[in-house]
Write a protein that binds this ligand. Structure first.
Ligand code: IMP
Length: 189
């Protein structure tokens, strides 16, 4: 079965491929030769996931899904949240995003945070939503070189290592995206 993932993000696609059952073949937007960026103009994760999934569904008329993820930091009243990709500006630079986050949390004791993923799926013309959350905290310095985005500064609960210090399999055991995806896989089964 072919399933389109409405994203160009190869890091996400790699995580998702390693979780999907073998009979599902994941195709990204690059595989579909769709090179443009889909605008993410909604003010919720669910809204952005739906924008991306419906764009692709309209274009190809095929089953597809999209995810949108936000990092929600308690001491920053849930910021950067839905604006996580553009936290430090429109260039969506992960290094600059992390630098701004660490600056805004300098001298802040409560560093608790969570990642939240919302998946929107178009399945035989119907919309379905799945979500996943992982709680944790923001470290004071970057550690690790795996993963992507905010992974070098996010330590999930019950761990002493950041996501960027974990293997893909270790991150997938507890990540927000893996949890949302498990719900979608349950739906398929
Ligand atoms: P989006 O879901 O691609 O819009 O991601 C929003 C922001 O969160 C981007 O800056 C991503 O790099 C970051 N992000 C998304 N998923 C993860 C993750 O699993 N770990 C760390 N950062 C992530």
């Amino acid at each position: 079965m072919k399933l389109i993932f409405a994203s160009h993000n190869e890091n996400k696609a790699k995580e998702i491929r390693s979780l999907l059952p073998q009979h599902i073949e994941l195709l990204t937007l690059s595989d579909m030769q769709l090179l443009e960026e889909i605008p993410e103009t909604a003010d919720t994760l669910e809204g952005n996931a739906l924008l991306k999934a419906s764009y692709v569904n309209d274009r190809f008329g095929l089953n597809c899904f999209a995810d949108d993820t936000g990092l929600e930091v308690h001491a920053l009243n849930g910021a950067p949240g839905v604006y996580s990709a553009r936290y430090a500006g429109s260039s969506k630079d992960p290094e600059a995003n992390i630098a701004l986050l660490l600056k805004n949390l300098a001298n802040v004791e409560d560093r608790s945070a969570r990642f939240r993923t919302s998946i929107a799926l178009y399945w035989n013309g119907e919309q379905h939503f799945f979500d996943g959350i992982v709680n944790g905290h923001i470290s004071k310095i970057r550690s690790g070189s795996d993963g992507f985005g905010y992974d070098p500064v996010f330590i999930p609960e019950n761990s002493t290592r950041t996501f960027a210090e974990m293997t893909l399999q270790e991150k997938n055991q507890q990540s927000h995206r893996a949890r949302a995806l498990e719900k979608m896989i349950d739906f398929f089964e």
